[in-house]
Ligand binder design. Structure first.
Ligand SMILES: [Zn+2]
Ligand SMILES: [Zn+2]
Length: 311
């Protein structure tokens, strides 16, 4: 079958062996490119098939999204609902340390599946995973309905966090840099250009300037949620954080909150807000055009937000 991995000069489409092993077969219909996939290009070739934002159908046609990690479900982190911190998580991340979803098919542990509502197009449902990152981050930040939330950075993760905050009953202002992003902010029903102070500020850009902007937007006693991709040092401005007793909260993937898988909450968010797909998905490519899809995804100024591969 056809599949995608990182090569020395970007990504390459190659002929991979049919997936096998324990689990169920997912016929992939949508696998989207995450900002982390772009950053990982700097790390050179991958051993495994990449892609961790995945939706498809089972043999019987059941539409599903895939939670891209296989926790042990036995360690203390798993038992406390923090599967994202599982002692074995590093070796079981689909698309990173084992085969992911930029392929025609994959075999996954049945417990990784998230069943989609019949009204949610499977072609849009690779968004469930980035939405789950937003849901989890906001839970980590202790978000409550009615709070004022600012998001700095209107790439896919920032927009997903904004959508999740709106869904959870908050007012949301988003700082967007590019015109396509500003249109997406409007389309999801958030407001632009944060001003003043916010109880929760989401840094979704992960740059030194976004950290400064995010910190300055935090209210006294507020929370700065780190949702960007942080592969290097994390530099935060001292005074706006310490002088205002801002809590700095990192978040990683998703887990369980109040007894419910956060990725199921994310699937519900997408089902209730179908306009999100139209706002975020700017490009679709067949799997064989993965190199071009990655080139487009890297060019934010040219209008890419979420780029989806359709095997
Ligand atoms: Zn991702
Ligand atoms: Zn575990």
């Amino acid at each position: 079958m056809r599949a995608v991995k990182r090569s020395a000069d970007g990504v390459t489409v190659f002929e991979a062996p049919e997936p096998s092993g324990p689990g169920v077969t997912v016929h992939v219909r949508a696998a989207s490119i995450c900002g982390s996939d772009l950053k990982l290009l700097e790390f050179g070739p991958s051993e495994h098939i990449i892609g961790h934002e995945i939706a498809g159908v089972l043999d019987d046609g059941t539409p599903v999204a895939v939670e891209p990690k296989v926790p042990c479900r036995e360690c203390s982190w798993c038992r406390s609902g923090n599967e994202q911190l599982c002692d074995q998580i590093v070796m079981s991340m689909l698309g990173l340390t084992c085969d992911g979803g930029m392929a025609e098919r994959m075999v996954v542990d049945e417990r990784c599946l998230v069943r989609l509502q019949s009204s949610t197009p499977v072609a849009d449902s690779s968004l469930v995973e980035p939405l789950s990152v937003g849901v989890h981050g906001l839970h980590r930040a202790g978000l409550e309905a009615g709070q004022k939330v600012a998001v700095v950075g209107a790439g896919a993760i920032g927009l997903c966090a904004a959508v999740a905050a709106l869904h959870l009953g908050c007012e949301v202002d988003v700082a967007a840099r590019h015109e396509t992003q500003r249109k997406a902010v409007e389309a999801i029903g958030a407001d632009q250009d944060p001003e003043g102070r916010y109880e929760i500020v989401v840094d979704a850009a992960g740059t030194e300037s976004s950290h400064l902007r995010s910190s300055e937007l935090c209210a006294k006693g507020g929370t700065l949620l780190l949702l960007g991709s942080y592969f290097g040092d994390l530099v935060l401005p001292g005074l706006p954080i310490t002088g205002n007793e801002v809590s700095v909260v990192p978040a990683f993937m998703c887990g369980t909150h109040a007894g419910r898988r956060e990725i199921e909450t994310a699937a519900e968010v997408l089902a209730r807000r179908p306009e999100v797909a139209g706002a975020l998905i700017t490009h679709r490519f067949p799997l064989d055009e993965a190199p071009e899809a990655f080139r487009v995804a890297a060019d934010r100024a040219a209008g890419a937000i979420k780029v989806v591969l359709e095997p």
